[in-house]
Ligand binder design. Structure first.
Ligand SMILES: [Zn+2]
Length: 327
């Protein structure tokens, strides 16, 4: 007897909004723009992937297209048994559609999220993320915008894009603004750069969660520290394979991280570019990484407890996870 993973209540904590797009939607946007469909699941490296992400972004030319992506994101979450999405937004990237106003872009996206939450019952909150490759000043501006929306749908502040040559420490002021507003601290780290990047996220930024973070495994002492602190790693196995962070799924360190006592959630990162959505990632974790149902339920539990979800949502989801395990 196999428990149905679609019935396991879960949070989705590492999902970049634009890349939550369905492949069919991407093809529609490309056709409408008269542009080629951006490349998919075949990247030489992270730089190649980032360029393709830029191609996806450039196809979004009308606010209604953002609404379509939000609607389909909520429907896909519901189908995967996701009860809570903490979607990564970078409003500055859509400011051009709103007379140059990132605040207007954010207001539009949060209103769309609210409507989809009411329609589907999937609770949606936002993480605002700055890019390491943009300026520190931009990050401070992003953090202020996030802080202003701390009680209006934004629950976390993150940092993404290429780690190589772009350390996190210069962004400490932006993260201080976010922390003082009560937001979760959720940078990407330990993906393209090793344990020193995770150490910076933990010790300098004082991360509550780390998106990816898997390369902490290269340093057993730091791994033990991350486990002890209860910092949750929002792990995305297929992303790590497609971007050559790990050689193949079978050698993904998620089982080793769990064995070391590290709190981990399972996520899709950029499904339109990497393939699987979060439900399939749980299936892969079962079939290819050999996670037991107890471990899968543990990852689902982490995706709820480490999230910015409202307490009532957490309580309901945690009870659902126990019921799934008991089934
Ligand atoms: Zn990511």
């Amino acid at each position: 007897m196999t428990r149905d993973l679609a019935l396991l209540p879960k949070g989705h904590l590492h999902l970049h909004f634009e890349a939550s797009m369905r492949p069919a939607t991407l093809r529609d946007l490309a056709a409408e723009a008269g542009e080629p469909v951006p490349s998919w699941a075949d990247f030489a490296d992270f730089t190649d992937f980032e360029a393709a992400y830029g191609d996806v972004l450039r196809l979004i030319r009308r606010p209604e297209q953002l609404e379509r992506v939000m609607t389909e994101m909520a429907d896909d979450a519901q189908a995967d048994g996701v009860v809570y999405v903490e979607v990564t937004l970078a409003p500055v990237l859509h400011a051009a559609l709103f007379d140059g106003s990132a605040a207007a872009a954010l207001a539009f996206l949060l209103a769309a999220a609210q409507r989809e939450e009411e329609r589907t019952g999937v609770v949606i909150r936002a993480m605002i993320a700055s890019a390491r490759t943009m300026s520190v000043e931009q990050a401070v501006e992003d953090a202020r915008l996030a802080a202003e929306h701390a009680d209006r749908g934004v629950v976390a502040f993150g940092l993404h894009a290429d780690e190589r040559g772009f350390p996190a420490a210069p962004f400490v002021d932006a993260f201080r603004i976010a922390r003082e507003a009560g937001l979760l601290i959720t940078p990407h780290a330990g993906e393209l750069v090793g344990p020193e990047s995770v150490r910076e996220a933990v010790e300098v930024l004082r991360a509550d969660r780390i998106l990816h973070g898997i390369r902490v495994i290269e340093d057993p002492e730091l791994t033990a520290q991350v486990a002890r602190l209860g910092v949750c790693l929002d792990v995305c196995p297929s992303s790590n394979v497609v971007l050559h962070v790990v050689p193949d799924l079978e050698r993904h360190p998620l089982p080793a991280l769990l064995a070391a006592g590290v709190t981990c959630s399972i996520n899709a990162d950029d499904p339109v570019q990497f393939g699987p959505n979060v439900g399939e990632e749980y299936e892969l974790a079962r079939t290819r990484l050999g996670l037991t149902d107890e471990q899968l339920a543990g990852c689902a539990r982490a995706s709820i407890t480490a999230s910015g979800a409202p307490e009532a949502v957490k309580a309901r989801a945690l009870a659902g996870i126990e019921a799934w395990l008991a089934s």
